[in-house]
Design a protein around this ligand. Structure first.
Ligand code: FE2
Length: 348
């Protein structure tokens, strides 16, 4: 793009005059609008789970899940404070449900994903079907699906919520409703969708009902077992180790239309080669310890349940001290649909 146009008294006077008619010159702002490379206020950031949990326990003493509707602490990107964003177009928060609590039934056009961090015995209900939530499980709530959460166990449960709130906000397409009940009626047997769609089978006359996966819980036990089997092959991608993408069994596409979700395994001692891509990514190790170098000067030392962000077009390198398993999500499906996704392997 051309260099900034110089300012002159005559030009300035003109800009001020036309401003009253809601007009503005493009030539003073074009270089900031159409940049040669991604330029984002989103910055590398990380959160320790221990610190999040301590704050959540404090929040638990201040407000119930029911009164809060959702008792969540939002992970705000330091470059985007006050906007409820972890990246420019995605939201993330950590939710806690204490024993005996409910998060009442509601629905909205925003797509949600849950990644369970700690605790067992709590459940979520999506569109009349109930599923247990266990650490490492990846659960989706499609647009306008009724959902409520409950915890009958003796322990608090914590999970990471990822939503496309900023995308829906940008598009001015937010709709939400309350059911007026704590729990929605159960109309399907537990885990029916996993059996029906998650066993390499599809109902013979099945027609696609939406842009999202018909499976709503991808249990960690199955994902982990798959990674364990694949790792025996010893085939490692230099940039990713062993990285898999959660798929919609109807299409092979992403599990949701707006958020791509991934699980990757890095063997102990593995160091990845630099990689960058245009999809700013939220990463959550669920097993293992290591370090990740992001961009020129940011290093996060991570362990299980910590959360960190790799902004768009920042080079990332992972170093695993122990065998590690990392969940991640990004806006990759949107970028792919629009032909915007770009990646760069290595330092070239
Ligand atoms: Fe919700």
């Amino acid at each position: 793009m051309s260099a900034h146009a110089t300012d002159t008294p005559a030009r300035r006077a003109f800009y001020e005059r036309i401003s009253t008619q809601n007009l503005a010159p493009l030539w003073t702002s074009m270089a900031n609008l159409i940049t040669p490379e991604p330029k984002s206020p989103c910055v590398p950031a990380s959160w320790r789970f221990d610190a999040i949990r301590a704050a959540m326990i404090e929040a638990g003493g201040l407000i119930t899940a029911k009164e809060a509707e959702r008792r969540v602490l939002v992970l705000e990107n330091p470059g985007l404070r006050g906007q409820s964003k972890i990246t420019t177009d995605l939201y993330a928060g950590v939710q806690m449900v204490l024993p005996g609590e409910v998060a009442p039934a509601h629905r909205h056009t925003q797509t949600a994903l849950r990644f369970v961090l700690e605790g067992e015995g709590a459940h979520t209900v999506v569109n009349g079907e109930r599923t247990q939530m266990r650490p490492g499980d990846f659960i989706i709530t499609p647009p306008m699906a009724w959902h409520d959460h409950g915890n009958e166990s003796a322990d608090a449960i914590y999970w990471l919520d990822g939503l496309d709130i900023p995308v829906v906000q940008f598009l001015d397409a937010s709709f939400a409703e309350h059911m007026g009940e704590d729990a929605q009626p159960i109309t399907r047997k537990p885990d029916d969708s996993a059996a029906r769609f998650g066993a390499n089978l599809l109902p013979v006359d099945h027609k696609r009902r939406g842009t999202f996966s018909p499976i709503f819980n991808y249990p960690y036990a199955r994902t982990r077992e798959a990674l364990e089997t694949m790792k025996r092959q010893g085939e490692w991608d230099p940039c990713h180790g062993l990285k898999m993408r959660y798929a919609n069994p109807e299409t092979g596409g992403h599990a949701t239309a707006t958020m791509g979700t991934f699980m990757q395994l890095l063997p102990a001692g593995f160091r990845t080669v630099a990689y960058r891509s245009t999809d700013a990514t939220v990463m959550v190790p669920i097993e293992g310890r290591g370090r990740t170098h992001i961009g020129e000067d940011f290093t996060v030392h991570w362990g299980p349940k910590d959360v960190f962000v790799v902004p768009s077009w920042h080079r990332v390198r992972h170093e695993a001290d122990e065998e590690a398993v990392l969940f991640s999500f990004s806006d990759r499906p949107i970028q792919e649909a629009l032909g915007l996704f770009r990646e760069d392997r290595g330092n070239g």
